[in-house]
Design a protein around this ligand. Structure first.
Ligand SMILES: C[S@@+](CC[C@H](N)C(=O)[O-])C[C@H]1O[C@@H](n2cnc3c(N)ncnc32)[C@H](O)[C@@H]1O
Length: 438
């Protein structure tokens, strides 16, 4: 059992943990700064490797600084890929040898590694047609394609794939940032922010709030609602914790209609924006700009969600923390400006989508228990079945998606009174329009 006196603690034998001091030594030797109150460990619950505090860190403390000289790439996909490959090929002669040595990208499994087929029993089939079913392989397809970095050639070398995967899962727009990329993603518990060092070109990571000892240190892979939960799953293969931003359907009709989701005339006084940085509630367009033209729901908890969120609401994501009460209050303001005709359309679509799927939430909950048990048994027999693990991933995703769809319907029904009642007006206008047409 864990902690028994005869057992060597996991962190001493696991190179993904035990090599951290050597990595820190390298990082500091190369001019990087990292606070002593930070270590690496497996996050309780998820068991994902990530950064964890060893002592309390007050808000606004500089936790790390990555000098420009340690950042790899930052030019574009193709050049950065070539640089990473070249450095990896150099082995111990590369400045980044210790960085590559400590990398754990090969430990994560991405949807683009799934079998492409959607035959029964495949992970893709288990997505039941839900997004990202249509783009599980889009990054690799683009990369290999005529307009991508390989210009129509297939990637065959495992070393090329390793470089590609490191870049896809660890880089940000500035390139690959050693140490920074040991932080996991959490938009609810995000507790860091970055400051670019304009003069020297490096990057500092600071604590956003007080971080207690033994707590994971998080950043974000999706600022301000730019990537949905579906996008994150498609790229990284994990379903993010709350808040989740679910998107579905992308017809052109919705794109146009999305401009009319909110009541923005000045005879309505429901969206009181008290942010001193904003010009004023009616001047601040973000208050009334849809985050995306798709059907969309921002899920805060199993029972709280914002339907058809604005950019103002999704602006919180990745930029700060908001308590459940804080979310409740901004969502109440938001729902009061949201036209019920759009809520009805969203609710209808969520219901139709759910009804069109071959299994229900309750069935999926049983299926996933069974599939996880099967996977565990296979492991006990020493069998690593990648497809069985992919299938579990896909079912976990579709189950979370279905729960978001059901919550959308629940919120639309239970909070019916909260939305701006335009349904009758909209119906009358439509009828008048139809009569004119005749
Ligand atoms: C930039 S790395 C983060 C650090 C990484 N876990 C490590 O130990 O090196 C990105 C990868 O971490 C994992 N990851 C990050 N955030 C996660 C989360 N919230 N849930 C599950 N996996 C996550 C995914 O495998 C992702 O591809």
């Amino acid at each position: 059992a864990a902690g028994s006196p005869n057992e060597t603690p996991k962190r001493d034998v696991d190179p993904l943990i035990s090599k951290f001091p050597k990595f820190v030594e390298w990082f500091r030797r190369q001019g990087g700064f990292i606070d002593d109150r930070v270590t690496i460990g497996y996050e309780p619950g998820s068991n994902i490797r990530g950064m964890i505090t060893t002592a309390d860190i007050p808000a606004k403390t500089e936790i790390m600084h990555i000098p420009k000289s340690l950042i790899i790439g930052g030019v574009d996909w193709c050049q950065d890929f070539e640089t990473i490959k070249k450095e990896m090929d150099m082995g111990p002669l590369s400045k980044w040898f210790d960085y590559f040595d400590f990398d754990d990208s090969s430990g994560s499994r991405l949807p683009l590694e799934w079998d492409r087929s959607d035959e029964p029993g495949s992970a893709r089939r288990e997505l039941q047609g839900l997004t990202p079913d249509d783009f599980t392989h889009r990054h690799i397809d683009w990369f290999e394609g005529d307009w991508g970095c390989l210009g129509g050639k297939e990637m065959i070398s495992v070393f090329d794939f390793q470089a590609f995967k490191i870049y896809l899962t660890r880089s940000m727009n500035l390139g690959l940032m050693p140490m920074y990329d040991l932080m996991n993603h959490h938009n609810g518990k995000i507790n860091t922010y970055i400051e670019r060092d304009a003069k020297r070109g490096g990057v500092s990571v600071l604590s956003l709030v007080d971080i207690p000892a033994g707590f994971p240190i998080y950043n974000t892979y999706s600022w301000s609602g730019t990537k949905s939960t579906n996008d994150l799953f498609g790229q990284y293969g994990f379903v993010e914790d709350y808040p989740q931003l679910w998107q579905w359907n992308d017809s052109e009709l919705e794109r146009y209609r999305a401009y009319h989701r909110y009541v923005t005339t000045d005879n309505n006084d429901v969206n009181l924006d008290e942010n001193p940085n904003h010009l004023g509630k009616w001047n601040n367009k973000l208050n009334f700009e849809h985050n995306s033209p798709f059907y969309e729901v921002l899920v805060i908890s199993p029972t709280v969600a914002a339907l058809l969120p604005t950019k103002h609401l999704t602006g919180v994501l990745g930029n700060g923390q908001l308590s459940l009460e804080g979310w409740r209050s901004v969502i109440d303001n938001h729902h009061a400006t949201l036209r019920s005709s759009h809520v009805d359309a969203l609710c209808d679509n969520a219901m139709r989508t759910l009804n069109s799927l071959p299994t229900t939430i309750e069935q999926d909950e049983k299926i996933i228990r069974h599939e996880k048990l099967r996977l565990k048994r296979l492991k006990e027999f020493g069998i690593e079945d990648a497809n069985a693990a992919d299938v579990v991933m896909a079912i976990e995703f579709r189950l979370a998606f279905k729960k978001a769809l059901r919550l959308t319907m629940d919120v639309a029904t239970q909070e019916r009174e909260a939305f701006f009642k335009d349904t009758e007006v909209a119906t009358r206008e439509r009828e008048a329009f139809d009569t004119d047409e005749l």
